[in-house]
Design a protein around this ligand. Structure first.
Ligand code: COA
Length: 325
């Protein structure tokens, strides 16, 4: 049986750090409000000339180096982003060039906002399982600060920039058992009826600008708790597992209160939930691979652990990926 295994992960965060106190100099807000309502203390903000492809490439290189591989070992790049360098070509093709893949394989962007990484991982898994490719680079990279209206305190306090990547590789020795390494399942969902609750107010076919983030915070909060919770239950049910079978929950980092309420409802003790929101803010498609990398590098996620990732984002989009590390 063929499974897709995550063999390496890496990340990149821009040097610039913006604290809540820094934001309080721009809009009427304060550190206590932001921490209490979101769990965010600071976020990384890209330098003026730093593009999404730069951050994506840095995370990809870390990942390749850790795996002892080069660009010529990669068959495909799936880059989840809402903040491409340009409207076209796909930012993934810039990364393909930067890492020295030449004309090998193919590269494209995936747009599912904060669920982008789960969508990209599911895409890679299916390309691998179908036998079309053997090894993929899956990246979530965002320069989300470009989409922020720095006069809107209800959104500008929430987001940050960064990139995270994983390498996914075919393993043809899997037995089809619960002890296998690799991706056990992915589940993707969307419901466009809610697209106006979290969106930008511009785009190339409407205003011909990229626009700024607009959000109905309360509605999005409610939907995130419901949909991210459903994504967990769906993944566990599909694999005949209980929350206690899973070592690590790695949720999209949108708001500490969202994550806490899902974990409590579904009986995941907080010690088994990876939380990076305090230092990263919401980095959209980059948040899950950034959190994964933190937990792998600090030794929490170990080979053989079951890791459940879940997300929710604009569209709405939501989903999960269950992986034995
Ligand atoms: C945005 C969010 C943190 C707001 O928290 P909330 O508890 O719903 O807060 P409210 O919107 O009810 O606002 C409460 C008060 O704080 C004020 N407020 C809003 N933003 C503020 C800020 N940055 N600083 C200080 N006060 C603020 C509001 O104006 C409101 O004041 P009022 O009561 O006088 O009208 C929360 O709704 C949220 O996290 N939503 C989901 C966001 C998200 O995850 N998006 C991405 C999903 S991928």
């Amino acid at each position: 049986m063929r499974r897709s295994c995550i063999i390496s992960c890496g990340s990149y965060l821009p040097e610039g750090i913006m604290t809540n106190d820094d934001i309080a100099k721009i809009v009427e807000t304060n550190d206590a409000w932001i921490q209490q309502r979101t769990g965010i203390k600071s976020r990384h903000i890209a330098a003026k000339d730093q593009m999404t492809s730069d951050m994506a490439t840095r995370s990809a290189r870390v990942c390749l180096e850790k795996a002892g591989l080069t660009g010529s070992d990669i068959d495909a790049v799936f880059l989840a982003t809402t903040t491409p360098d340009q409207t076209f070509p796909a930012t993934a093709t810039t990364v393909q060039d930067n890492i020295g893949m030449g004309d090998r394989g193919f590269a494209f962007d995936i747009q599912a906002v904060c669920s982008g990484f789960i969508y990209a991982l599911a895409t890679a898994d299916n390309f691998i399982k179908s036998g079309q490719i053997n090894r993929a680079l899956v990246i979530g990279a965002e320069r989300f600060s470009s989409l922020l209206d720095w006069s809107d305190r209800t959104t500008c306090v929430l987001f940050g920039d960064g990139a995270g990547a994983v390498i996914v590789e075919a393993d043809d020795t899997a037995k089809g058992s619960k002890d296998d390494r690799g991706i056990f399942s992915t589940h993707l969902h969307s419901d466009g009826a809610h697209r106006k609750l979290l969106c930008t107010d511009g785009g190339s076919s409407t205003t011909r600008t990229v626009g700024y983030v607009r959000m109905n915070g309360k509605e999005v909060f409610r939907a995130a708790v419901t949909r991210m919770g459903e994504a967990i239950t769906e993944a566990l049910d599909a694999n005949g597992l209980q929350p206690s079978d899973v070592q690590w929950l790695v949720p999209h980092q949108a708001n500490k209160r969202i994550i806490d309420s899902i974990a409590e409802k579904l009986h995941f003790p907080s010690e088994r939930v990876i939380m990076t929101i305090a230092q990263h803010g919401n980095t959209s498609a980059a948040s899950i691979p950034l959190a994964l990398t933190v937990a792998v590098e600090d030794g929490r996620i170990q080979r053989g652990d079951l890791v459940l990732m879940n997300s929710m984002g604009g569209g709405f989009t939501w989903g999960s990926a269950l992986v034995r590390w």
